[in-house]
Design a protein around this ligand. Structure first.
Ligand code: AMP
Length: 397
């Protein structure tokens, strides 16, 4: 089936052709007709499936004949990167439509956003906190809203945004169409769905399985040898661009510096960086200047970079859902990718859960000529410190 079968407005089809989309992906096939009929929808799809266009195309179709200069569609996104990216996709797909998409998120000047809003926008893609600031100040009004999209609802819930989302919902007084996208359905999201969606259609695409275009491999190693093994792996593997995940911001920063010192063009992406530093890292990685990006889960959420050849879990994620999200950046729409995980004996539970999910054992790989018996150096050889004694200070009355 082709995009023509949806009978989207010709100016929207111009954008589809411009971006080179020929065949709709399964989530697009399942969602676009239902959304065009005005139905509420639950889209259960992981990132990398084409879900952005699945809601952007029909919502633009709906807004084509609505008054301009008023917010007709609101997309709520968990992270700045995803908000920025979704607004970009809407801008590119809608270039011939005259519809304007603006991204709204914290960490940048409010005044700058006010200027863009004053120029007029029909589609707003926003992170919850900054959106609430604008709603309370009256710089955004939702009185003409027709379509609300809650994107990556499960991640929004993980990040503690559910109360903010409820506050935003209170600012929407008119009936509207609601679309909710999520890779998984935790109970709180299920509850929210019951409250705010009316007779929704559910479209479920490979809900909990990683794309088949991704190969998986485990590299068992001791914690203290992870960095050396990673360097060796990078040296021996033919990679284009590599996204490395660590468990903490500090580990992301430190590992990026260590890789940089070996001459690899490496950037880091984590929550301690400023918005412009993050943007530079993402852009540098997107254009291929940085070959390696070391990131934490939240920072990397939703970044859409083509041609990531390898995702490497320097630290295993805590849940299989997170594993799927991470590796959703490789093997995107018809491309092959590899997911490599450095694992220690502490990761046995996660590995078992992952193998159960994939319904197959994952191959364990030992690198030839790598000395797995090396003892820890320096700091790590010292005996562990005794636990610090807590000192309780009582306030004098
Ligand atoms: P998403 O899941 O929305 O992040 O999309 C993942 C990637 O797939 C993006 O780079 C999109 O530009 C691309 N994409 C979306 N729809 C299609 C399509 N129908 N054909 C080819 N690529 C697509």
């Amino acid at each position: 089936m082709s995009f023509e079968a949806f009978h989207l407005d010709p100016s929207i089809m111009a954008g589809v052709h411009e971006l080179g989309y020929v065949t709709p992906t399964p989530i697009q096939l399942g969602s676009i007709p239902a959304i065009m009929q005005g139905r509420d929808l639950i889209g259960l799809a992981q990132t990398g499936t084409g879900k952005t266009a699945a809601f952007v195309l029909p919502l633009m179709h709906r807004l084509m004949h609505s008054p301009r200069g008023r917010v007709g569609a609101l997309v709520i996104s968990p992270t700045r990167e995803l908000a920025e990216q979704t607004a970009e996709v809407a801008t590119e797909l809608g270039r011939q439509t005259g519809l304007r998409a603006v991204s709204i998120y914290g960490g940048v000047s409010m005044e700058q956003q006010n200027r863009k809003l004053r120029d007029g926008a029909e589609i707003i893609v926003a992170c919850p906190g900054r959106l609430l600031d604008h709603l309370w100040k009256g710089t955004i009004t939702l009185s003409s809203l027709q379509v609300l999209v809650i994107d990556e609802a499960d991640r929004m819930f993980d990040m503690g945004f559910l109360p903010d989302i409820r506050s935003i919902l209170k600012c929407i007084l008119k009936p509207h169409q609601t679309l909710l996208f999520s890779a998984t359905m935790p109970n709180d999201i299920r509850k929210l769905v019951k409250e705010i969606l009316h007779s929704p259609v559910t479209v479920q695409i490979g809900q909990t399985l990683p794309a088949e275009t991704v190969s998986h491999a485990l590299y068992p190693v001791s914690q203290h040898l992870k960095t050396s093994l990673l360097k060796e792996l990078l040296r021996k593997t033919d990679t284009e661009s590599v996204l490395v995940f660590t468990r903490t911001k500090h580990r992301a920063q430190r590992l990026a510096e260590q890789l940089k010192n070996t001459g690899c063009r490496t950037a880091s992406l984590h929550g301690d960086l400023s918005q412009s530093q993050r943007q530079t890292a993402i852009e540098g990685f997107r254009t291929g200047y940085y070959k390696i990006l070391v990131a934490t889960d939240i920072a990397a959420r939703g970044i859409d970079i083509q041609d990531i050849s390898h995702v490497i879990n320097y630290d295993m994620p805590e849940t299989t859902d997170n594993y799927i999200h991470r590796i959703g950046r490789t093997g995107r729409v018809h491309k092959n990718g590899a997911a490599l995980s450095l694992v220690t004996s502490e990761d046995d539970d996660q590995i078992r859960a992952l193998e159960k999910l994939l319904n197959t054992p994952i191959k364990r790989i030992t690198l030839q000529d790598f000395d797995y018996t090396r003892a820890p150096l320096g700091r790590e050889t010292r005996p562990p410190r005794p636990p610090r004694r807590r000192v309780l200070v009582h306030n004098k009355k």
